[in-house]
Design a protein around this ligand. Structure first.
Ligand code: HAM
Length: 415
């Protein structure tokens, strides 16, 4: 039976032939995500993978709602696999608002599910690093999450020649919409057209803009001018002070599809423009208030970075490390009568935290040794009888030196 379209299987390296996703690469990405978020003093949280359907239909916007994996469960409850983390974390923060000092800086690495047409960089599941700051309206918070986004990508070996963060602002677009004769109640519809500017042809865009009262020419001129708003200027200055100015630029071509954004928005792209967005985020100052029915009210800003485009980009730029061996020691069982002593050594070394492998069933000695080399083990240990009883030969495979030690010393790693 085949796996479902748009879902992945992750294999350990070395990868089998054909197109395969690497579990080692996934772990490498997770490690860099987690380490960098912690360097920015963010704390990790998680939430449920299955949520009430209404959590998304209320606030996320039509695009994501059209992509939901949703069903009615056995208790007649309308539920959905989480397509994004933001509504979940907004609800979590709102419910414990008083328990944490502000600003609350949290990250998570959930697997998310969207019923999209699978294509390069877009699947029906992905892992997404989410980093958000709650309780701070100052553009310093916006700059902090953008700096974190940049540093996450740098930690994976990418440079300002590989990617750029395009900074924009819903407020700037709102101002443009109002001053250019946009029709009342049509602002979100207008934002959705702007979100598709780079993906649809002129005629379709003109047709969709018609009812909003704005012309495509005016939209293009506004993007061309790219005048930063005061808040965006604040973010730029902050990032330049950190020496991160080369990683960002003002670009009103970005507006973001999700409905809840209220201020600064941004997306990270590869410089060559070959891939879809690596990450996207922005300020959503009203979501907590509306999700909590007004009980909690907190400004918020954050981003999500998916693992799919990231893996493609890292491969394309040659930034996938070669994954070191997972084995420290192979215990060679050449004399089956000494298997009990060999198992004692295996267990002793594992208790000390080493990764240890050995043959489960009888196998020729030279074959075991070849396997140890293939596994990239640093040492082999072989138990044998000598005149004085039973000893262990510990071989350092790199230095090619061998030492004879007692079985007890071999088991405690005292070489
Ligand atoms: P988003 O732009 O929908 O934002 O997703 C963020 C990133 O997740 C995208 O840039 C992309 O890398 C990845 N992604 C999204 N959908 C897929 C897919 N079907 N396949 C592979 N990768 C995908 C959000 O989800 C917001 N909730 C982010 C956020 C957090 N905003 C504020 N805080």
């Amino acid at each position: 039976m085949q796996r479902l379209k748009g879902f992945r299987e992750f294999y350990p390296e070395p990868l089998p032939p054909g197109e395969a996703w690497s579990c080692d690469l996934r772990q490498h990405v997770f490690d860099c995500w987690r380490r960098t978020a912690r360097r920015y003093a963010f704390r990790e949280y998680d939430g449920p993978p299955l949520e009430p359907l209404a959590l998304y239909t209320a606030k996320s916007g039509d695009e994501i709602v059209g992509q939901l994996f949703n069903f009615t469960d056995k208790g007649d409850e309308a539920v959905a696999m989480r397509p994004e983390m933001t509504p979940t974390v907004a609800r979590m923060v709102a419910s414990v608002e008083r328990a944490y000092k502000k600003p609350v800086k949290w990250f998570s690495m959930p697997q998310l599910f969207r019923y999209e047409a699978p294509q390069k960089g877009r699947l029906r599941e992905h892992f997404q690093l989410n980093c958000d700051i709650f309780g701070e309206a100052d553009p310093a918070a916006d700059a902090e999450v953008v700096a974190l986004l940049v540093d996450v990508l740098r930690s994976l070996g990418l440079t300002s020649e590989d990617f750029v963060v395009r900074l924009s602002s819903r407020k700037a677009w709102q101002g443009f919409f109002e001053s250019s004769g946009g029709r009342d109640g049509k602002a979100y519809e207008f934002f959705q057209v702007v979100d598709k500017l780079e993906r649809e042809d002129e005629a379709a865009l003109e047709a969709k803009l018609g009812p909003t009262g704005i012309t495509l020419g005016a939209v293009r001129r506004f993007i061309e001018a790219g005048e930063p708003t005061p808040e965006l200027q604040g973010v730029l200055n902050n990032l330049r002070a950190r020496g991160l100015g080369d990683f960002v630029r003002i670009d009103y071509g970005v507006i973001r599809g999700l409905a809840y954004y209220t201020g600064v928005v941004f997306e990270a792209f590869d410089r060559k423009g070959e891939f879809r967005a690596i990450a996207g985020g922005g300020r959503y100052d009203n979501l907590i208030r509306s999700l909590s029915g007004g009980r909690a009210d907190m400004p918020a800003i954050g981003f999500g970075m998916g693992d799919v485009v990231l893996a493609l980009l890292l491969r394309e730029r040659g930034r996938v490390p070669s994954f070191a061996s997972a084995v420290d020691v192979v215990v060679l069982v050449e004399d089956e009568s000494l298997r009990p002593e060999s198992l004692g050594i295996v267990q002793g070394l594992r208790d000390r935290g080493l990764a240890v492998d050995y043959t489960l069933v009888p196998m020729k000695g030279d074959k075991q040794f070849r396997r140890a080399l293939e596994q990239g083990a640093a040492h082999t240990v072989r138990v044998e009888r000598d005149a004085g009883g039973v000893v262990a030969r510990v071989k350092d495979l790199k230095a090619r030196v061998e030492r004879v030690v007692s079985v007890a010393d071999a088991a405690s790693g005292a070489w």
